[in-house]
Design a protein around this ligand. Structure first.
Ligand SMILES: NC(=O)C1=CN([C@@H]2O[C@H](COP(=O)(O)OP(=O)(O)OC[C@H]3O[C@@H](n4cnc5c(N)ncnc54)[C@H](O)[C@@H]3O)[C@@H](O)[C@H]2O)C=CC1
Ligand SMILES: O=C(O)CCC(=O)C(=O)O
Length: 447
C-alpha cells in the first residue's frame, strides 16, 4: 500500500502534472509536513495540506499595451491568491518572460509558509506577467505597468491583497503601478509595498531581503560559535536581493568574490568592496547594463560567460538570482571546496538533489522561505506604518527585521532539530510555517 506522502503527491500530480516548479515546491513541503501531520491528531484526516495546495483563487488576464513603435503588444498577467487564513494575500509581482502559472503557484505556495514564519498577519499570494522588461524604455515600462494595474486593481486592496516587487519589479515599477491604482480607486492606501519614501514606503524595505538573508546566515553560523568575519562569500545575482546581501556581508567583515546575471558571473579575486558594489548598483539600477561591464572599470576581475559561480572556492554561498540555479553537481562542488553554509536569498534556488547533498554533508543550509523572509517581513512593517500613518526610523525597522530573522531561526530549531542535534532548517521552516496556517484554517472551518 502507498504511504501517505506518495498517495498525496500522486493526487497533486494528477491535478497539476504540467507544473514542474509547483510540484517541486509541494513535494519538499509534503515530505516534511506529512510525517508531522500523521503524528498529530488535530491535523490528521482534515486534508489541510490538500486544501493548501489549491489556490483560493487564480486570476489570469490579458494585458494590451502600445510599444514605442506604435505596435500593439499583448502579454498575460496573473495573480495567484493562495491562502488568506492568517491575513490578506501578500507577495510580489514578477515580470519575466518565463513567468507562467506553475512558477507563480510555486512562489505563492512558498509565500504562504514564509509569511507565516514572519509572525506577521499576512496570507500568501504571488503574481506577475510574461512581459520582458529587458531593453524596454521607461515609457514602455510605464505603459505596461498602467495596463497591468488597469485589470489587477479590481482584485486587490489594502485589506484583501497587497502585492510588492520580485524579479523585474522594483521601485520604478511599484511607482507606476501605485499611480494607476490610486487613479482608478481614488484613494491613497497601502495597497502595494516597496513604495518610495515620500509616498508611504518604509526605510530598509529595499535592503531587507538581502540583509535578512545574511542575518540568517549569521544566526546559523552562531550555532557553531562562528561568524562572517574573514569568510569568503560567493553570491549569485546582481539585482535587489544580491546587492544588499553583498552590502551586509561586507559590513559583517566578509570578502565577496562573485556576482552574476543571466549572461554569466564576475569573479573578483581582490573582493567586491563597497566602492565596487556602488558601481554594480549604478550598472544594474541606473544603466540597466550587463554584469560583464564591471570589467571595464575593474579589469583585474574575470567574467565567466554562461556559467553560475558555484565553482569558485568559498566558505559561504548566497544564491540570490532565481529558482533551480544550483544543482546537485554545484552542491558537490561547493562541498568539495569546503563550503560550510548556504543561505538562500532567492526562492527555491537549490534543486531537490542539491538540498539532499547539503543535508547529507550536514552543513548549515537555509531554504529561502526562512532565510529570505526579511523582505516580506519588512513589507509587513511597511503595511503597519501605513495603517498607523507613521514612519519608523531606519534603526527601528532594522532592529525589528533582525528580531524577526532571529525568531524565524528559533522556530526552525524548535521544529527542525534532529535527534543527533543537526538542524534541518527545511523541516523546521515547513512545519513551523504550516502549524500557524493550519490552526487558523481549523478555527475558521471548511471554507
Ligand atoms: N525582491 C524581494 O524582496 C524578494 C526577492 N526574492 C527572490 O530573490 C530572487 C531575486 O529577486 P530580485 O533580486 O528581487 O530580482 P531582480 O530583478 O532585482 O534581480 C534578479 C536577478 O536575478 C538574475 N537572474 C534572473 N533570471 C536569471 C537566470 N535565468 N539566470 C541567472 N540569473 C538570473 C538577474 O540577472 C538579476 O541579477 C528571486 O528568486 C526572487 O523571487 C525573495 C524574497 C523577496
Ligand atoms: O514583500 C513582499 O510582499 C513580497 C516579497 C516576495 O515576493 C517574496 O518574499 O518572495
Amino acid at each position: 500500500m502507498k504511504n501517505n506522502i506518495d498517495a498525496f503527491l500522486d493526487l497533486v500530480k494528477e491535478r497539476n502534472g504540467h507544473e514542474p516548479e509547483f510540484l517541486q515546491a509541494v513535494e519538499e513541503v509534503a515530505e516534511t509536513v506529512i510525517p508531522y501531520i500523521v503524528k498529530h491528531d488535530i491535523y490528521y484526516g482534515k486534508n489541510i495540506l490538500l486544501r493548501m495546495v489549491e489556490p483560493e483563487r487564480l486570476i489570469s488576464f490579458r494585458i494590451s499595451w502600445v510599444d514605442d513603435q506604435g505596435e500593439i503588444q499583448v502579454n498575460r498577467g496573473y495573480r495567484v491568491q493562495m491562502n488568506s487564513a492568517i491575513g490578506p494575500y501578500k507577495g510580489g509581482l514578477r515580470f519575466h518572460p518565463t513567468v507562467n502559472a506553475s512558477i507563480l503557484k510555486f512562489l505563492a505556495f512558498e509565500q504562504v509558509f514564509k509569511n507565516s514564519l514572519t509572525t506577521l498577519p499576512m496570507g500568501g499570494g504571488k503574481g506577475g506577467s510574461d512581459f520582458d522588461p529587458k531593453g524596454k524604455s521607461d515609457n514602455e515600462i510605464m505603459r505596461f505597468c498602467h495596463a497591468f494595474m488597469s485589470e489587477l486593481f479590481r482584485h486587490i486592496g489594502p485589506n484583501t491583497d497587497v502585492p510588492a516587487g520580485d524579479i523585474g519589479v522594483g521601485g520604478r515599477e511599484i511607482g507606476f503601478l501605485f499611480g494607476m491604482y490610486k487613479k482608478l480607486r481614488n484613494e491613497f492606501t497601502g495597497v502595494l509595498t516597496g513604495k518610495g519614501m515620500s509616498w508611504g514606503g518604509s526605510l530598509i524595505r529595499p535592503e531587507a531581503t538581502g540583509y535578512g538573508t545574511v542575518y540568517f546566515a549569521e544566526k546559523m553560523l552562531s550555532t557553531k560559535g562562528d561568524d562572517l568575519k574573514n569568510k569568503n562569500v560567493v553570491v549569485s545575482g546582481s539585482g535587489n536581493v544580491a546587492q544588499f546581501a553583498v552590502e551586509k556581508s561586507l559590513q559583517l567583515g566578509a570578502k565577496v568574490l562573485t556576482m552574476s546575471d543571466s549572461s554569466g558571473y564576475i569573479y573578483d579575486v581582490d573582493g567586491i568592496d563597497t566602492e565596487k558594489l556602488a558601481h554594480v548598483m549604478e550598472l544594474k539600477n541606473v544603466k540597466r547594463a550587463r554584469i560583464s561591464e564591471y570589467l571595464k572599470k575593474y579589469p583585474n576581475a574575470e567574467f565567466v560567460e554562461g556559467k553560475t559561480p558555484w565553482g569558485v572556492k568559498c566558505d559561504i554561498a548566497l544564491p540570490c538570482a532565481t529558482q533551480n540555479e544550483l544543482n546537485e553537481n554545484d552542491a558537490n562542488t561547493l562541498l568539495g571546496n569546503g563550503c560550510i553554509c548556504v543561505s538562500e536569498g532567492a526562492n527555491m534556488p537549490s534543486t531537490k538533489d542539491a538540498i539532499t547533498a547539503f543535508h547529507k554533508a550536514k552543513i548549515l543550509f537555509a531554504p529561502g522561505k526562512a532565510s529570505n523572509a526579511g523582505g516580506v517581513a519588512t513589507s509587513g512593517l511597511e503595511m503597519t506604518q501605513n495603517s498607523l500613518r507613521f514612519n519608523w526610523t531606519r534603526e527601528e525597522v532594522d532592529n525589528k527585521l533582525k528580531e524577526i530573522m532571529s525568531n524565524i531561526h528559533d522556530s526552525c530549531i524548535e521544529y527542525g532539530k534532529d535527534e543527533d542535534g543537526y538542524i534541518d532548517y527545511v523541516k523546521g521552516a515547513n512545519i513551523a510555517g504550516f502549524v500557524k496556517v493550519a490552526d487558523a484554517m481549523l478555527a475558521q472551518g471548511i471554507v
